[in-house]
Design a binder for this molecule. Structure first.
Ligand code: DAH
Length: 333
């Protein structure tokens, strides 16, 4: 080995470095390059090892050449590393940039069923007027559903309520009126309640009939109540629920458990009259049945259909829509 030969080898290594270093595109490649030139078995290490074969007088000179190259390569690696790191960061930042003008991801939020909304609204009107909410069982006895309401077994009015019987004495309640009986039997007057709930009738489904439907029953029993109070309460309800512009009308009807009995119509002038509820003064026979003294207290009651209210409110013309759970319908409320 001679000094010249070392010079040539250093130049060759420098050229090799120059070529290899321009091809580096990322930090991993740069590290591989560092190992290739400066690692324990790298190009420069081999060159330094080769110095031992030089005559001692030339070693210092040759060592200097090698050290210059090593310093060059070390500095170049350092600079390149800085560049590549900065570029990697810039690329990452570009890839992660957020566009705040993009529309957000839509997560649909559910809401209460329109019948539940309407039922709650009705409840709120009467809670404000001082009524309590009472409930009763959907599987009812013949006694509460009919007998106690002055509808004995052979009474023709039973035909008005086609019933689902479970056995000889139990049925799915056909209306919420039996809750009146249950409440009166368990409390002394005055009684001021509403009873919202599900009812069942053996009707074939069509645009205005559903075998399952909902009612809100109202009952007020106290001394001195008359038809005038009934009319006032219904008027308050119509005003609160439907808003201004509606008028109501009360006409005669028949229910075995009220005397006199009435039906209530409303209309938005000049529209047509629509029945919204059955009502009446609680029949003295019913008051006696629950242990009240009809000479001392009087009462009135009504039963209104929740579906009917919702249909009028929203202009829905087919009751079955409330039970089909079609989101195209439900999501409109
Ligand atoms: N229960 C009756 C029905 O389902 C409605 C009704 C009429 C309820 C008169 C009442 C009432 O409380 O007084 O057809």
């Amino acid at each position: 080995m001679t000094l010249d030969e070392v010079r040539r080898r250093v130049e060759a290594a420098r050229a090799e470095w120059a070529q290899a270093s321009v091809e580096v595109r990322d930090l991993a490649a740069l590290e591989a390059l560092r190992v290739r030139f400066l690692g324990r078995k790298g190009v420069l290490t081999r060159l330094f090892d080769g110095l031992r074969a030089l005559p001692p007088a030339e070693r210092a000179e040759a060592g200097k050449l090698l050290n210059v190259l090593k310093a060059e390569i070390t500095a170049a690696l350092q600079a390149r590393k800085g560049e590549l790191a900065a570029r990697a960061l810039a690329e990452q930042a570009a890839a992660e940039r957020y566009d705040f003008t993009l529309p957000g991801r839509w997560r649909p939020l559910g809401h209460l069923h329109p019948l539940t909304q309407v039922r709650r609204e009705i409840e709120e009107v009467f809670l404000r007027l001082g009524f309590d909410v009472a409930t009763g069982p959907e599987v009812e006895t013949d006694y509460y559903n009919f007998e106690a309401l002055a509808i004995p077994a052979d009474h023709p009015a039973r035909d008005d309520w086609d019933s689902f019987y479970i056995d000889d004495t139990r049925l799915l309640r056909t209306h919420t009126s039996p809750v009146q009986i249950r409440v009166m039997k368990s409390r002394k007057p005055p009684v001021r309640i509403i009873c919202p709930g599900r009812c069942y009738r053996r009707d074939n489904p069509d645009a205005t009939h559903s075998p399952v439907f909902h009612q809100v029953e109202l009952l007020w029993v106290e001394q001195g109540l008359t038809m005038a109070h009934l009319k006032w309460v219904i008027g308050e309800f119509v005003r609160a629920f439907f808003g201004p512009g509606y008028e109501m009308r009360i006409s005669a009807d028949f229910f075995p458990f009220t005397e006199p009995s009435a039906q209530v119509h409303i209309r938005k002038r000049p529209g047509k009259w629509l029945e919204i509820m059955g009502a009446g003064m609680v029949d003295p026979a019913v008051l006696s049945e629950v242990g009240y003294d009809p000479e001392e207290v009087t009462g009135f009651a009504f039963g209104l259909g929740v579906e009917r209210m919702a249909m009028l409110r929203y202009g829905v013309d087919d009751i079955r829509l409330f039970y089909q759970n079609d989101l195209r319908f439900l999501s409109q409320f």
